[in-house]
Design a protein around this ligand. Sequence first.
Ligand code: NAD
Length: 330
Amino acid sequence: MLETAVYDTKPYDRQYLTAATHHIKWRFHEFRLSADTAVAAKGAQAVCVFVHDVADRSCLATLSKLGIRLLALRCAGHNNVDLAAARALNLAVVRVPAYSPHAVAEHTIALLLALSRKIHRAYNRVREHNFALNSLIGFEIHGKTVGVVGTGKIGRITAQIFRGFGAQVVAYDPAPSQDWAAQQNVTYLDWQALLAQSDIISLHLPLLTETHHLLNAEAFGRMKRGVIVLNTSRGKLIDTRALIAALKRGAVGGIALDVYEEEEGIFFEDLSDQVLLDDLLPRLLSFPNVLITAHQAFFTHEAMTEIARVTTTNLLKLETAEPWLPGTAL
Ligand code: NAD
């Protein structure tokens, strides 16, 4: 039976993967994959990782030496894997390209509505029998201009939901979907125009070398004063120091984040008994107009079921010798 070392697992990962198949012998590790922990895959034929595992060149070299032939990502993003090194080592890399774009799109909207109507603050207030409305004034999405950055699977669904609110949707993507945009009444703009015209900006693009710190001091300086920013994509798309400066001077009117630049080792963990060593996250949490969730946009029953189904299908291809090209399967 195919033996798979699964890194960075939580009880819910084990539950969904175990339920998905009886044909894989799972070896669950709570710790993450790195060059130091790769050796724990000894005896397995495949490894399965998530967003915070680090499959760099030296880690992949160790896996290859151990006879690992397949690295299965149980997520869509793959910025944590050195694909060139995997290719050179003849190690196939597979992922779950689209488990449920609706999960992420809907969470983006949930965050925006909580932020725009101050639901998180109202919830706490009412629980303390404080029924006053002071400082709970919200704003409407209807009639606003929403800039969707990246119109792939998630960006397109998010844009369509915004259209349902009666917002005007503008978009930026170096590979635009013109037919879809025409159907949905979405207008593509260039990057500078999107920054200048949007009341709300929502990020739905991958983290690449060229998109690292896409929202930096210069970009924040070009946005409308009081703009609302949403990031459910990757933390490193935003320069956190520049964001904090923009929040302090009121240039950014509010931000909802499901991802954070230095989330690795923090998000997905219960650190409530510990001192947070990161200095910027507590500063962000101190703003009343910042709302943060810990990378949970993907976390729905539907998405977890689909992630487990596609991951096990990907892994079982190794046993049935279905044709996939080593190193190029991603
Ligand atoms: P996708 O590949 O379908 O779409 C990405 C789009 O971004 C593409 O259309 C691409 O052309 C565009 N793009 C590339 N470079 C760009 C740039 N510089 N500016 C603007 N657009 C650019 O990906 P997707 O499934 O829609 O996912 C989007 C992102 O969401 C992923 O990259 C991932 O980082 C993130 N994500 C987050 C979660 C979560 O739980 N928070 C879950 C899944 C995915």
